[in-house]
Design a protein around this ligand. Structure first.
Ligand code: G3P
Ligand code: MG
Length: 379
């Protein structure tokens, strides 16, 4: 499926959502810095491997972020987090980031891998869909407006013996007890599966997803047409707390696809979102423009889509740790993106990356922001 079609179909809805979110944003940042000139630049921070490793801040990130606020703690330089990670709603993630990093972060500043899934609400609003991944994948999808969503934990628990390895697993998952839910999944076809965040139980999830895909959404029944499948991103690996990278959603996709293609005559069909898709960077640019409107002018201007749309940045800085994802994405997005690669995550090389060279390579996010503020004559 073409992402271009998705983008077009969602433009109006997106504009409405952004407008209402910005009203909330400007209210929550009640005393916005009033600057005489709007900043001609903005910053997009990757999270894993740049500002955090698991839950631990790295590279001086708390001090760095504080420099983007004025003395009263109001945002003065427009920035967003542009992460492929996820599993929680943007509002919950914003709260968690605010606590970990010690600054006031709005949900609007949190762009996660699964954030674009909201563009598909019109298509699947009332259809049965399954949400996969760590955290609260079903809550994420419900908040986006999907009305008939089950987490894969709940869905799988409606089918007795669907996972033959379950008795050997040392953890327990909630069992759906309601007969209604069991009846629903045995009669209603799953229309789409959304991989919201990293799968926690690859063996069970691959088994259940293959059951869904080869039967047209009714596990245990006859072969049917494959329901839709969407991945929040396709990261092969990412930087967590362990010194070397861990397998990400892209690795899970490869495992699922390899197995499905061995058991089914037609190859698995799917769509991946997240960085490095250029539309993710376009959306980040739009959100940053809205932030500039909110920072520079009053509420009326912040709500004026046309006004924000006509504003042009001279430079947008993408600070990331993954050359094939963050740097590749910024390079594909082109002007006004300027890519900065840190050595605190996936990339650990001395020189620039050979295949996806960044505009600048630094050790830490602190060094990156020093450079940005110097270049923009702020420090
Ligand atoms: O699962 C998280 C990961 O794949 C990437 O997160 O913040 O580096 O884009 P981030
Ligand atoms: Mg990263």
């Amino acid at each position: 499926m073409s992402l271009r079609i998705l983008r077009k179909a969602s433009q109006t809805q997106n504009a409405k959502q952004l407008s209402s979110s910005f009203s909330k944003f400007t209210r929550s940042f009640s005393q916005l810095s009033s600057q005489s000139k709007p900043p001609s630049f903005g910053i997009a921070f990757d999270i894993d491997g740049v500002v955090l490793r698991s839950e631990a801040p790295i590279g001086g990130s708390p001090q760095v972020l504080r420099r983007l606020y004025d003395d009263s703690g109001n945002l003065s330089i427009p920035y967003v987090f542009l992460t492929n990670g996820g599993g929680f709603t943007e509002s919950k993630r914003a709260l968690e980031l605010s606590e970990l990093l010690g600054v006031k972060i709005s949900p609007l500043q949190v762009l996660q891998g699964h954030t674009p899934f909201k563009q598909l609400v019109n298509r699947f609003e009332n259809e049965l869909i399954v949400a996969v991944g760590k955290g609260e994948p079903a809550a994420v999808m419900s908040e986006y407006g999907f009305k008939n969503v089950l987490s894969i934990d709940d869905y799988a628990s409606c089918f007795e013996n669907i996972d033959p390895l379950a008795p050997y697993k040392k953890w327990t998952t909630k069992q759906v007890k309601e007969v209604a839910a069991r009846d629903l999944v045995s009669s209603q076809r799953v229309q789409a599966a959304f991989i919201v965040s990293d799968s926690v139980d690859w063996s069970r999830d691959i088994q259940v997803l293959c059951d869904i895909f080869r039967t047209g959404g009714l596990p245990g029944r006859e072969i049917g047409h494959q329901p839709h499948l969407y991945f929040a991103h396709d990261d092969l690996a990412y930087q967590a707390a362990f010194p070397t990278e861990r397998f990400g959603m892209g690795a899970f996709r490869i495992a699922l696809e390899s197995i499905f293609n061995r058991i089914h005559p037609h190859a698995l069909e799917y769509t991946t979102f997240g960085k490095p898709n250029p539309f993710v960077f376009k959306n980040a640019e739009l959100v940053l423009k809205q932030l500039v409107s909110a920072l520079h002018d009053n509420l009326q201007v912040a709500n004026n889509q046309a006004n924000a749309g006509s504003y042009q940045f001279k430079t947008l800085y993408m600070i990331g740790d993954n050359p094939s994802v963050d740097i590749n994405g910024a390079r594909q997005a082109g002007h006004p993106w300027f890519s900065i690669l840190t050595r605190t995550g996936v990339f650990k090389g001395k020189e620039n990356h050979a295949e996806f060279p960044a505009d600048l390579v630094v050790d830490t996010v602190e060094e990156a922001v020093d450079f940005v503020l110097r270049k923009e004559c702020i420090s």
